[in-house]
Structures are given as C-alpha cells and as structure tokens.
Design a protein around this ligand. Sequence first.
Ligand code: SF4
Length: 324
Amino acid sequence: MRVRALGLMSGGLDSMLAVRVLMDQDIEMTGITFQTPFFGPEGAQKAAGQLGIPLRVVDIGEVHLEMLKNPKYGYGSQMNPCIDCHALMLKTAGGIMDAEGFDFLATGEVLGQRPMSQRKDALRAVDKLSGYGGYILRPLSAKLLWETVPEELGKVDRQKLMDIQGRSRKPQMTLAAHFGLEEYPSPGGGCILTKAGFADRLRDLLATQEEVGLHDVELLKCGRHLRLPSGRRLVVGRIHADNLKLQELAREEDLLLRVKGVPGPTGLMAVRVSAREVELAAGIVAAYSDAETGEEAIVVVSGKDDREITIAVRPKEEFRELLI
Ligand code: SF4
C-alpha cells in the first residue's frame, strides 16, 4: 500500500520543499494548514496548488488563543509562542493522522534556522509537547536528527532525505531550482504575533482585560485603540477598510459611532459605558473626522437605540493620551 503523509504547510519555501522531497519518494502527500486570527491559509493554498496536492485547512483559533495566554515554553522576541504553536499544530495534525490512517507527519523545519524555536532541544520539546514525537519527520534536516518511526519501518528512505541546517537560504534555493519551483515567497519572519506593534497591543489587552476572546483579537487588528476612563476601549478606524471591518465586527450589544454628513472614521465600543463616556467617544470620533475643529458636528450613535449627539469638534491631539 502506498505510504501517505500529512505535510504541514505554512506557504513558505521550506514546507514546500519538505513535501516535494517526500513526493520524490513516491509518498502520497496531503497538505495541512491552520487558521487563527494571527495567520491564515492563503500562502499554503497557493503552495499546495503549485505542488498539485490536496490541502486541509483547520481552524484552531479558539484553542490557539487559549494556548497563547499561557504558553508552556513562553514567547519568542514578541508575542510569538513558537514552540507551543508548532506543538499545537502537530498535535492537531496528529489527531487527523490517527483518525484517517496517515503514516506520519512532515514539517519544513530546518535545524538551527531560527535561533529559539529550531534548535535541536526546541524540536525535541515540540515533539514531546505534541504527543506525536516519533511520527514527526523533518525531511530537510532529517539526516542530522533522530530516526523517526517511518524511517525505522522503511516507509521513508533516510538516505534520500536532506541534511540542511543553519540560517543560510542557499541550500533551499538550490533545491527549489532542482525541483523547478520558481515561485515562492521570500522568508517572512513569522506571523503577526512576531510584529512589535501588534504584540504591544496584544500584551496590553491580555494584561488589562480579564476575558479575551477571538472577537477582541479581531478588533485588535483594526484601527486605533483608545482607553476610556472606565478602562473600556474605543476602536476608531484609520482607513476605509477598518471602518467596514468594524461595522462587520459590531455585535448586538456594541455601539457604532460616525459623524453625520462628513467623511470620517467609524468608532466601535462596548455598550456598557456611561452616557458621559459615549459623549467622550463621540468627541473622539468627531476629532478624527474631516469636520472643522471648533465647528459643531452631529455624531450618530447606533446600537440598540439609535441616537444623535451634537458636539463641538476638538483637535484630535487632545485625545492623544488615551491612545493605547
Ligand atoms: S511565527 Fe507565528 S505561526 Fe509561526 S510558529 Fe511562531 S507563533 Fe506560530
């Protein structure tokens, strides 16, 4: 019977090569990729299309967020819990492997490529935490690593695997040329959890809000965030796409604010705030609109009960200290 493996795909070159190396051994490959608010399947979909293999997209948003609040191996340079994140992906893929009779899992990890998460001890930690240790094959560095179950069983020819390590991309580019892979993204350096600005916001959210759910994280990706005196947040769109996203994200209990008849941002806030804070929020939304400073503006507040607030427009600099 033909050997079947699940290849974890990020959309980057390494995971494409890992799959391609195994396809060369006539192993039947299926790609698997994951969806959370911090990364999505788009790159992997393109990569799987190029390789001509089917791809599973698995939403792990909820469980990933829970892990992110308290990762066993901590964070990388920002809010990226890479060891726990890899382990979670492999654990999820391992469950599918068990349920559907795949022979093993493959990843594009390269020994020593990332200083924290791809050292040998970190790879061991990922194996252990995932619960699928012997079944995780890393074709690009396999000859430098411990033998896995599919190698022991002769399902994979270890001699045909690679011994790439370190941060240089040259071996991967040579291999890509060998396989005729011409289109692949340049290394991206990780998901948005590795980006300083977003990581700061997330750290602040986790430190100041007791319950953090996927909705809060989606909001975090949007617009400016200001903290009102009660501690509640007002999100104000920066660009048109933010305004549309905020309208889409607004729940029944939220308030949406916008200035009537003047181009400007949409604001979103939780309804459980005092009338004074709604007025403050209206003032902020007006300040960020095209309404003339010193003139009067009408702010439409939509929620359970729609209403309008007439307000004197103040300069947005006055609200700067509320920015998170
Ligand atoms: S960079 Fe992001 S997606 Fe990649 S392992 Fe780290 S936390 Fe997970």
